[in-house]
Design a protein around this ligand. Structure first.
Ligand code: AMP
Ligand code: MG
Length: 439
């Protein structure tokens, strides 16, 4: 047993010990490796990670062609331009020219059409004028190779276009299409079952009886799972009933790669979730108090004959989401084959005081982060910081990591995990986008 194991054993025995975040994270990641590769249609593989390299068997472009609408000609003929050339026809993209372009001749050519034999350059149509004799007048000399796209200029047959471990981005899917690859070896999307536990929970649209609440964790967690490019499996709301809970988890462990529950893992919770998981996961089940706020309670174990990782997230809605970010998401990314498991973390500037008390925990402060005109990311509190303040969580696009102490002063630097990169865009980005055209 390594140091993590010792620490966790201690935490398990003395339930009130605070487990450092890093220790718990390395425990949940330990022994996890990417799911066994499958062959998938390229078109369905967005966001998946390649399990082997992809080598092009063809060159792109497959033939030398015109980069412009214009005239294919011999560059030497235009050395003394303006000059008039004989027009010998026209060639559209999708066809090939049977003849060749001889000295003193020009062939009308469209973008993407193969460069005809004899020609070594294309004069763009804007630099030409027909004369009264039906010839084409070229305004200025054209360089050899001008407006010509060489065969293999993008990809050469034999090039490795993707390495094992690359994420299939929209650009990568485009490259695979352009080299004619319809199937790709990838790690499959992990199937992730999500369930909510609690007698007080009812689904959306159901009128509330006294003491009941509308349940929100499933909606948020299923969305986080989908956003992580995994296959989300909705296992529903399970009331605090041992038999139903046990049956649902046992069955789900047969067809899911990961299981996630929320609720029932705090100290003093009704014992149902605990006793069911202790019996299903046996010795592997760890009940932890993590040295963070929110999301202190956390349970982890392995269930079923294939030892499916089980994440018991806290019930409070913000805690459930934060716990997912810190523990479940890195594991899902590992199973999916990613090398980078973490959200990006930037050194941001606090535009206001980020309050906290000294309590031995790392605080994850929900913040609104944006790029400011100085090119730095700046943060402000997104609102209420209690673990049931879901509305403020919804307004946050980052979690500032405020270490134990007295908080961050205005203007201070704070490491901030970015939950939604696209939403960082501030006025600086708009300025950059408009600077290209505002001449
Ligand atoms: P528990 O850990 O089960 O005691 O839950 C802690 C708090 O979170 C309680 O106020 C629960 O009502 C609430 N809670 C638990 N599960 C959910 C859920 N799925 N959606 C919204 N709130 C929940
Ligand atoms: Mg509960």
């Amino acid at each position: 047993v390594n140091a993590d194991g010792d620490l966790l054993d201690a935490a398990r025995r003395a339930n009130q010990d605070l487990v450092p975040l890093a220790v718990a994270r390395s425990r949940v990641l330990r022994g996890r490796s990417p799911l066994v590769a499958v062959t998938m249609p390229t078109a369905s593989a967005l966001g998946c990670v390649t399990a082997e390299s992809v080598v092009a068997s063809v060159s792109v472009p497959p033939f030398t062609n015109s980069a412009m609408d214009g005239y294919a000609l011999r560059a030497d003929d235009t050395a003394g331009a303006p000059c008039a050339l004989e027009s010998i026809g026209a060639l559209m993209a999708g066809s090939a020219f049977e003849g060749s372009v001889g000295p003193g001749q020009a062939l009308r050519i469209m973008t993407g059409a193969p460069l005809p034999v004899g020609a070594d350059a294309v004069c763009m149509v804007e630099r030409t004028t027909p004369d009264s004799a039906g010839r084409i007048v070229i305004d200025a000399p054209v360089r050899r190779g001008e407006n010509v796209r060489r065969a293999g200029g993008d990809v050469m047959a034999g090039d490795e276009v993707l390495s094992a471990g690359d994420e299939l981005t929209p650009g990568a899917l485009g490259v695979l299409a352009t080299i004619g690859v319809p199937l790709v070896r990838v790690h499959p999307r992990p199937r992730v079952g999500v369930l909510s536990t609690g007698d007080e929970l009812v689904g959306p649209g159901v009128p509330l009886a006294p003491g009941q609440i509308h349940e929100s964790n499933r909606a948020a967690l299923l969305a986080l799972v989908t956003q992580a490019n995994c296959e989300a499996v909705d296992l529903g709301i399970i009331e605090d009933d041992e038999e139903r809970l046990s049956k649902t988890i046992t069955e789900a462990a047969r067809h899911c790669d990961v299981l996630i529950s929320s609720g029932g893992v705090s100290v003093g919770d009704k014992d149902v979730v605990k006793s069911v998981l202790d019996s299903l996961a046996g010795d592997s089940m760890l009940w932890m108090q993590i040295a963070i706020r929110p999301a202190k309670p956390f349970a982890f174990g392995e269930v079923g004959p294939t030892a499916v990782p089980f994440f018991g997230l806290p019930g409070n809605p913000v805690s459930a989401m934060v716990s997912f970010e810190l523990f479940a998401r890195p594991v899902l990314r590992r199973l999916a084959g990613h090398a980078r498991l973490e959200r990006p973390i930037v050194e941001a500037i606090a535009d206001e005081r980020l309050e906290r008390r000294r309590d031995g925990k790392l605080h994850l402060v929900r913040v609104a982060a944006r790029f400011a005109d100085d090119g730095r990311v700046h943060v402000r509190s997104a609102g209420g910081q209690e673990s049931h303040h879901l509305h403020a969580m919804a307004k946050a696009n980052g979690l500032s990591l405020v270490a134990d102490g007295d908080g961050i002063e205005p203007g201070g630097v704070v490491s901030t995990m970015i939950l939604d990169e696209a939403s960082l865009a501030g006025t600086a980005l708009e300025a950059a986008l408009s600077s290209g055209t505002a001449r």
